[in-house]
Design a protein around this ligand. Structure first.
Ligand SMILES: Nc1ncnc2c1ncn2[C@@H]1O[C@H](COP(=O)(O)OP(=O)(O)OP(=O)(O)O)[C@@H](O)[C@H]1O
Ligand SMILES: [Mg+2]
Length: 216
């Protein structure tokens, strides 16, 4: 079983959106997926409520119960556990980071998100755990050229010398509607968004061994 924690100190960066999209993409590929919702807002559970028993499985949890839930998921043959955390990366967030094989730090290409990303990176690094930065809500490139905000963000993130997901997730309406309907980009008939999510899923699941070793 592979466990991913979705992390961001900054609220609204897209932790729940990406967690739900990754969960749905993995579920459609036949994986047994569990979303552990650590956020008291229970947004991931709310977003997947329309699916009811059609999966992926969702569980409301707390930092104290998280390790037990992970053991249970493992014993039930779960392939992928996604932990959706609340903004701020408090104590519960640290527990998610410790239990996860990879912390996915979700960052928008804005100044405040980038400043917050530095704090998230430092936190994961202090815990000696692997991380991957992913840009979300990025404007689409024009004529193959990234918008200045995206170029600035990539440059700022590169200074951190941490792995950055090669797939940039764009600002798209389909991701907003998926939180209402519980349908992923693929089911909603958006092949470009679906491909981006599939690429991100493949990358995080098979994150190069080096990415994990760097946690040292
Ligand atoms: N790639 C995207 N394109 C368009 N809208 C997006 C995208 N990612 C997230 N959003 C929207 O941004 C808002 C915040 O997203 P989301 O709830 O996933 O963030 P979060 O990090 O989980 O927030 P919180 O810190 O409150 O838990 C939502 O309205 C969501 O639909
Ligand atoms: Mg959320």
């Amino acid at each position: 079983m592979f466990t991913i924690a979705l992390i961001a100190r900054k609220g609204g960066s897209g932790k729940t959106t990406l967690g739900v999209q990754l969960a749905l993409a993995a579920h459609l590929r036949g994986l047994h997926v569990l979303i552990a919702d650590l956020d008291p807002q229970r947004s991931a559970i709310e977003a997947l409520r329309p699916r009811q028993a059609l999966g992926p499985q969702t569980v409301a949890t707390t930092g104290l119960k998280l390790a037990g839930l992970q053991m249970e998921a493992l014993s039930q043959g779960c392939d992928l556990m996604l932990i959706d955390t609340a903004a701020g990366v408090a104590e519960d967030g640290a527990k998610a980071i410790v239990l996860a094989d990879l912390s996915l730090i979700v960052v928008r290409p804005t100044y405040l998100d980038l400043a917050a990303a530095i704090e998230s990176v430092l936190m994961v690094r202090r815990l000696h755990k692997p991380l991957l930065l992913v840009l979300n809500q990025a404007p689409a490139p024009r004529d193959g050229v990234e918008a200045p905000a995206v170029r600035r963000a990539l440059k700022a993130l590169s200074v951190l010398k941490q792995p950055i997901a090669p797939t940039i997730i764009r600002a798209r309406q389909v991701y907003q509607s998926s939180l209402e309907t519980g349908r992923g980009a693929e089911e909603a008939g958006h092949p470009i968004a679906a491909q981006d999510i599939a690429e991100l899923l493949a990358f995080v699941r098979h994150a190069p061994a080096e990415t994990r070793r760097r946690a040292g």
